[in-house]
Ligand binder design. Structure first.
Ligand SMILES: Cc1cc2nc3c(=O)[nH]c(=O)nc-3n(C[C@H](O)[C@H](O)[C@H](O)COP(=O)(O)OP(=O)(O)OC[C@H]3O[C@@H](n4cnc5c(N)ncnc54)[C@H](O)[C@@H]3O)c2cc1C
Length: 472
């Protein structure tokens, strides 16, 4: 039903963005055929990549694609983990990389207005220079603002500060018809009709192309400190979290990480983690308004952890030590990437984490496959990594391709069933994309999926914008 891009269409696109902003050389397009999801079978080459500089150019491209029945896939930093920006039906990849202007950081309203192609890295720098703070921190800073909004990204600080959705106040969006709409603004609240702004957030590029965003900022925390707490027992580590919350301590982030992946990452980076005790670690990041308040909080946290069976408490109390710890935590993915088949993104009620992780360990034993699990212990978002390897006595033993693929299906299935039984969802922050599509009906009622399909059909009756994502 989709049409191929003809010479004539290519010339018309060239008139919109000029020749140097079109790519159709297959070698150069390989990078645009995948995201960070590991398995290559979901990759697909586009027929052409187009890089608009202005919203009006993006709109013109969409109008042309809509008229000619050509699929368009929006693409940000391509750091996604479920194939969201892969052009499943070929056609055009519309890359936002040239729309990378920070239009303003408005100190008076504590809002930033930015184009969709600004990377998180550049955004954090601009916000910090203005003495302000953007709390969400998804782990990969080459992601772009449009992408983090389209996936409603989360990150480690969600437990205290929420996810990207909580900070988006306004959007400029190019609809699949090529019309441009402006939703919200520099407003702290609005009860003016249906909340279309929130419908676009997390819609994974299926309802519109985000070209500009207004983002609320916060005052910076005065003092930040990381505590590294080894435990012998993973269950004890995870069960510490509700105890902290019962004591009215809400950390900025609580991550749990098994020792094996820390050791692999230490070697990979040639950096040292502050402790080699225990089998598993809690990394607790606290923020406070003064040093005195921070000392009081740290002592409280240490007390709760030690009572729950922690082996020790290490404090990264200066910026250099903090950087070292966060560096190791954020590079785990890179260190184990070569053996990673897929990263699950299950979210369950946080009181269920320990039981879910126990189930992961049983599944790992049952299938003889390494399933390192770590994640955001305080918000219920667990990232089990399905590996093409076994991990025994500190050694990685790779599995054959056939064996890993057969195990991948079974492990996924078992863990998604466990997620459903615990009233969880199959994605807490990465989105559905292509990879999780077959499992949507595990966790959503068919009436809910039908409503979602109706919305998609209303926005995009010709199904030209990012077809093949979330559902068919
Ligand atoms: C090492 C690593 C760590 C990560 N850590 C986290 C984490 O802590 N938390 C988290 O939530 N995620 C994390 N991620 C996943 C990823 O970074 C996020 O999903 C991120 O939001 C994707 O942004 P992107 O710009 O790379 O989007 P892309 O991968 O380019 O696209 C993602 C989706 O958004 C759509 N899209 C992109 N731009 C637009 C636009 N302008 N308008 C409309 N749709 C658009 C695409 O079509 C696609 O469906 C991590 C990934 C890696 C590799």
């Amino acid at each position: 039903m989709y049409k191929k891009i003809t010479e004539e269409i290519r010339e018309r696109l060239e008139k919109i963005v000029s020749r140097e902003n079109l790519t159709f050389d297959s070698e150069k397009m390989v990078d645009y055929s995948h995201d960070e999801f590991s398995l290559t079978e979901i990759a697909r080459m586009p027929e052409l990549v187009v890089k608009p500089k202005k919203t009006e150019e993006a709109a013109e491209i969409i109008r042309l694609a809509n008229k000619e029945m050509i699929p368009v896939t929006p693409r940000g930093g391509a750091t996604g983990l479920c194939g969201g920006c892969v052009p499943s039906y070929g056609g055009i990849v519309l890359s936002l990389e040239r729309m990378n202007q920070i239009i303003e950081v408005d100190r008076e309203n504590q809002m930033a207005v930015v184009e969709a192609g600004v990377t998180l890295m550049d955004f954090y720098v601009a916000v910090e220079e203005a003495g302000l703070f953007f709390p969400p921190h998804p782990g990969e800073e080459s992601a772009m603002i449009g992408g983090v909004i389209a996936t409603n990204a989360g990150g480690a600080r969600a437990v205290k500060y929420g996810v990207v959705r909580n900070y988006v106040r306004g959007l400029e969006v190019v609809l699949p018809t090529g019309n441009i709409v402006h939703l919200g603004g520099k407003l702290m609240k609005s009860s003016t009709g249906y909340n279309l702004l929130n419908l676009i957030i997390g819609s994974e590029g299926t309802l519109g192309i985000i070209t500009k965003a207004t983002i609320q900022l916060m005052p910076s925390p005065q003092v930040i400190r990381s505590l590294i707490i080894p435990y012998d027992d993973l269950g004890d580590a995870i069960e510490t979290v509700p105890l902290l919350i019962r004591q009215k301590i809400l950390p900025m982030a609580v991550e749990f990480v098994p020792r094996e992946v820390i050791e692999i990452t230490e070697k990979f980076l040639k950096k040292k983690w502050p402790s080699s005790l225990g089998n598993t670690y809690l990394l607790i990041i606290l923020d406070a308004s003064s040093e005195e308040e921070m000392d009081r909080l740290s002592e409280l946290v240490a007390g709760v952890c030690m009572e729950k069976g922690a082996v020790d408490v290490f404090v990264a109390d200066n910026p250099e030590k903090q950087r070292q710890v966060l560096d190791i935590r954020s590079k785990i993915y890179e260190a184990i990437k070569a053996h990673t088949l897929e990263i699950l993104d299950i979210v369950i009620p946080r009181a269920e984490i320990a039981r879910h992780v126990k189930r992961v360990q049983e599944v790992s034993q049952k299938y003889g496959i390494w399933l390192p699990t770590f994640g955001h212990a305080a918000d219920g978002n667990v990232h089990t990594h399905i590996m093409s390897a076994r991990f025994e006595m500190g050694k990685i033993t790779p599995l054959s391709e056939d064996e890993s693929k057969a195990k991948l299906e079974k492990v996924r299935e078992e863990l998604y069933r466990d997620c459903k039984n615990r009233e969880g969802m199959i994605s807490g922050e990465h989105g559905i994309g292509i990879v999780k599509k077959p499992y949507l009906s595990y966790v959503l009622e068919k009436e809910t999926i039908a409503l979602m399909k109706g919305i998609k059909n209303h926005f995009d009756p010709k199904n030209i914008l990012n077809p093949g994502k979330i559902f068919d």
